[in-house]
Design a protein around this ligand. Structure first.
Ligand SMILES: Cc1ncc(COP(=O)(O)O)c(C=O)c1O
Length: 403
């Protein structure tokens, strides 16, 4: 009898869990995988694909992995900071060469850009349990779970109007003028917005001015540097707001621009108003990382470190990045030329755009044409193989409203 009670109590723990909805994007990938139609089109997941529809391993990464295999002497623990040399090499790519020795900016390696977002959110919540972050809508579905569930209050504001295909900049600025000193602003680095609509430099400058005037703290999600208009140009907006702010955070990813998605390679940088505050933040980052993943995975960061330390591999990486950009731009131009209602796609950067489609239209495209895209109408332009572009454009324009 006593034994039965104990068994019943033990059952109680996991039974109390709530059912969780499947991740929408991962569920979409599974649906697409299960679709037997050879002509199906997967524009849901955010990975680069070449003309044949493959996601290749970059030459520079293959070469670096070869070197790593030959030269690595130990796999002993590295510590919660991860690969410090990797972080040192990424810092000037994000913030500019002049920042290499700037001790107000500190960084740690993280498991991808998502790990960086979570670590940043944990740091914010540790500093202020009532912290608020302003987030433009629409945003990535995982910003809420990564940032909000760490305990940071998310305040939505308008960013983009799907029907007019324009950024709602005035409405965004009006909302940000309502922020208080110490509030955070989540900003999408170049090519990162799910709508494909990037802020231009004048808009970044206006946000930087507001950040400086009001004492706001930018938190930049920068996962696609180099996949728009080049490494420097793509970092320009991020640098403006970070320079303008006394304190800032940047979640960086190498998973897209080095094509090492599953290696989970990124970093979180934090700027303080002086070296003492930056060191305080750094100590907190180490202790928070220790409670979550203890130490980040090594392989991707080690491969990136080798690429960035070797002039030839580094140069080849730039060539491969440019090839990816060219393909993105070519597909954008073909879509834009297909129909005036797609013209805006040619003016955007990066892998994503958003089509003003109803959820019913998204479902109908899936059923009748095997086109898999997010319910919001977000799609990955390089999810299209060379021979799929016009077929995709013809199918989606059947459902598009007039401009
Ligand atoms: C919101 C957001 N930020 C950043 C990233 C960066 O990617 P990763 O975590 O794969 O490095 C992702 C990718 O899923 C993302 O969804």
């Amino acid at each position: 009898m006593e034994q039965d009670v104990l068994v019943a109590e033990r059952r109680m723990l996991l039974d109390r869990l709530e059912e969780q909805p499947a991740d929408a994007l991962l569920a979409l990938i599974a649906l697409c995988d299960a679709d037997p139609r050879p002509e199906k089109i997967d524009v849901g997941v955010g990975v680069y694909r070449d003309a044949a529809g493959n996601t290749p391993i970059l030459r520079c990464i293959k070469a670096a992995e070869h070197i790593l295999l030959q030269s690595q002497k130990t796999k002993a623990y590295l510590g919660s900071q991860g690969d410090a040399h990797f972080v040192e090499l990424i810092k000037p790519i994000v913030f500019g060469d002049a920042t290499a020795a700037d001790d107000r900016i500190v960084g740690v390696q993280t498991p991808g850009g998502c790990g960086a977002l979570r670590l940043g959110a944990e740091l914010i919540a540790a500093a202020d349990p009532d912290a608020r972050i302003f987030v433009g809508q629409p945003t990535w579905p995982n910003h809420q779970p990564l940032i909000g569930r760490a305990g940071v209050n998310m305040v939505d504001h308008p960013y983009y109007d799907r029907d007019s295909r324009e950024i709602r900049f005035d409405a965004m600025m009006e909302a940000l003028r309502g922020a208080r000193a110490g509030d955070l602003v989540l900003l999408h680095g170049s090519c990162h917005n799910p709508t494909g609509a990037d802020l231009d430099l004048d808009q970044w400058r206006a946000i930087a001015d507001l950040v400086s005037e009001r004492g706001l703290i930018p938190f930049v999600d920068l996962a696609y540097q180099g996949l728009g208009n080049g490494l420097e140009a793509d970092a320009a907006g991020t640098r403006l707001v970070v320079e303008a702010a006394e304190q800032a955070l940047v979640a960086q990813s190498c998973d897209k621009n080095f094509g090492i998605y599953r290696e989970r390679t990124g970093s979180l940088f934090v700027k303080g108003q002086n070296a003492r505050i930056a060191a305080l933040a750094f100590g907190n980052l180490l202790s928070l990382a220790r409670t979550m993943w203890s130490m980040p995975p090594d392989h991707g960061a080690a491969a990136v470190r080798i690429v960035l330390s070797d002039p030839e591999l580094r140069a080849d990486w730039r060539v491969e990045l440019d090839e990816m950009c060219r393909r993105i731009r070519t597909i954008r131009a073909r879509l834009a030329a297909f129909d005036p209602r797609l013209e805006y796609i040619g003016r955007q950067n990066g892998m994503f755009s958003m089509l003003p489609l109803s959820p019913d239209a998204v479902l109908a495209l899936r059923k009748s044409h095997g086109i898999y895209m997010a319910g919001s109408g977000r799609f990955n332009v390089v999810g299209l193989s060379d021979d799929g572009v016009e077929r995709f454009a013809a199918a989606v324009t059947e459902h598009l409203p007039d401009v």
